[in-house]
Design a protein. Structure first.
Length: 272
């Protein structure tokens, strides 16, 4: 599909440049979390779930921030279930690899998607959930971290000494690189799918904006008619005032004519 190809090109272009450090420092294996616990987590969060915050004792947040926070509503059993599914991710201190860059790009995309007014509109209720994006982001981050570990633990290519003694080692080296390339391509596709989803929200956002504009225009039509009526009334009043002004001129001219006539009746002054 053209949209997918465009999104993939967009992702690959951004992996060429350094990104910020990854914020996803822990993930949950959601396949090991029961649906009931997933529902409980989804009901308590409106943002991407941070496993570190999810499992932090509320008392710890109170001591740190001075106010209660965390997920005190979770039961002890649910917390333990989430703790068993928890995995920490250790990224390099210096952002330098495609793996970390893909995670950061995915984080940015998810953040923009869930903050997009179109995605939050009631028309898209139930289309996707914040928990769904959390699971997607965790899967991308976990796979990228495994890819980073695979590449960092793969030694240099064994030298070809002309014998068959290292044939299996060289074959294993080749296999690891093929697997790494396929995993990276799959990660790019998953991040590209997020980009395509974000792009799909753009016309929806425009349509919703137009809908709001049309609704407001329709609702304000009566006010416009009222204002127009006031303007027409003002024009009439202005015309009436102009006519009255002309009448005043006529009255003044008449008065001046009478004054001149009376003045003409007065005889010349004679010296006593």
């Amino acid at each position: 599909m053209p949209e997918t190809d465009t999104a993939r090109t967009w992702v690959l272009e951004r992996t060429r440049y350094p990104q910020r450090s990854a914020r996803t420092t822990a993930v949950l294996d959601w396949s090991a979390v029961s649906p009931s616990t997933q529902s409980a987590v989804a009901a308590l969060s409106t943002t991407i779930v941070d496993p570190n915050e999810l499992l932090a004792p509320p008392s710890w947040w109170r001591a740190l921030t001075g106010k209660p926070r965390g997920y005190a509503q979770l039961t002890t059993e649910q917390r333990e279930e989430l703790r068993q599914a928890y995995s920490a991710l250790h990224w390099p201190l210096l952002e330098e690899g495609t793996e970390t860059r893909l995670v950061v790009i995915a984080e940015n995309l998810v953040a923009r998607i869930i903050s997009n007014p179109a995605w939050a509109h009631p028309l898209l209720d139930g289309h996707r959930s914040v928990l769904g994006f959390t699971i997607e982001l965790h899967m991308i981050a976990a796979a990228a971290h495994e890819l980073l570990r695979l590449r960092s633990t793969t030694p240099t290519l064994p030298a070809d000494d002309g014998t068959d003694q290292l044939a299996k080692a060289r074959a294993e080296w080749d296999r690891r690189h093929v697997v790494a390339a396929r995993v990276e391509a799959a990660l790019v596709d998953r991040v590209a799918a997020l980009r395509a989803y974000e792009q799909a929200l753009t016309p929806i956002a425009a349509a919703l904006n137009n809908l709001q504009s049309v609704t407001e225009l329709a609702a304000g039509a009566a006010d416009v008619d009222r204002i127009f009526g006031q303007i027409i009334g003002s024009d009439y009043a202005a015309g009436h005032t102009t006519a009255m002004r002309e009448d005043i001129d006529d009255v003044r001219a008449g008065l001046e004519a009478q004054v001149a006539y009376l003045d003409s009746l007065i005889g010349p002054h004679r010296n006593a």
